[in-house]
Design a protein. Structure first.
Ligand code: FDM
Length: 208
């Protein structure tokens, strides 16, 4: 049995990072070998360029930064695929859906944004953490980084909706991330336990 590829997507302030670590603990205690990935992975050479851009320490053309985010996934795609084949389940904090949603929210054409990510390992399950701008505001608002602005986050939310609607039911699920940590964690676990350890065969390819 191969590992299951789980992607967690969502808006800023949706509690995604906390839930990823809870999910990791729960998977490990159920005896599932698991490895976390996070995009952007700021540790690689490409990731460092992305980090500098996000912290407004450098300027880049919208298309150039889009392609760097994509390259950052491609440079780890082989490791993801190998781990899955070896039976390790992967939980990934953001993936190509963030790539498309954020760049398209800035005004780039959606299909142009999608094309360089086509062919990446496809997740078996994507969980979208949805949060209203009002709840995000109650949680202390957005931070300092480049994309943490309410108007942009609203457009990103709409675009995640468009991307999710293309999936067959069960492959993309939306979780109301405006609730308590415990409620969200239970909901995530309910979805994850339906697929984990139950997928086999070759890893699918995204958008082809
Ligand atoms: N982001 C993230 C993108 O614009 N494109 C991408 O491909 C990815 C993976 O980078 F605002 C955006 C989303 C977010 C920012 O993400 C950094 P983290 O999760 O806060 O590190």
């Amino acid at each position: 049995m191969r590992g299951t590829f789980i992607v967690i997507e969502g808006l800023d302030r949706s509690g995604k990072t906390t839930q990823v670590s809870t999910l990791q603990t729960w998977l490990e205690s159920s005896g599932t070998p698991v490895k976390l990935f996070k995009f952007p992975d700021r540790t690689t050479a490409i990731g460092q360029m992305i980090d500098s851009y996000l912290r407004s320490q450098s300027e880049l053309d919208d298309r150039a930064i889009h392609l760097l985010f994509t390259a950052n996934r491609w440079e780890l795609a082989t490791s993801i695929e190998r781990l899955l084949e070896q039976g390790t389940t992967i939980v990934c904090d953001r993936y190509a859906f963030s790539g498309v949603a954020f760049s398209a929210a800035k005004g780039l054409p959606l299909e142009w944004c999608r094309s360089p990510d086509a062919g990446l390992p496809a997740p078996d399950l994507t969980i979208f953490f949805d949060i209203s701008p009002e709840t995000a505001r109650e949680r202390g608002g957005y931070g300092e980084e480049r994309y943490e602005k309410e108007e942009l986050q609203k457009r990103v939310r709409g675009l995640f909706g468009v991307l999710g609607a293309e999936f067959e039911s069960g492959k993309w699920v939306t979780v109301d991330a405006g609730r308590s940590r415990e409620e969200v964690a239970e909901d995530v676990w309910r979805h994850v336990s339906k697929v984990v350890g139950k997928v086999d065969g070759p890893v699918a390819r995204l958008w082809i």
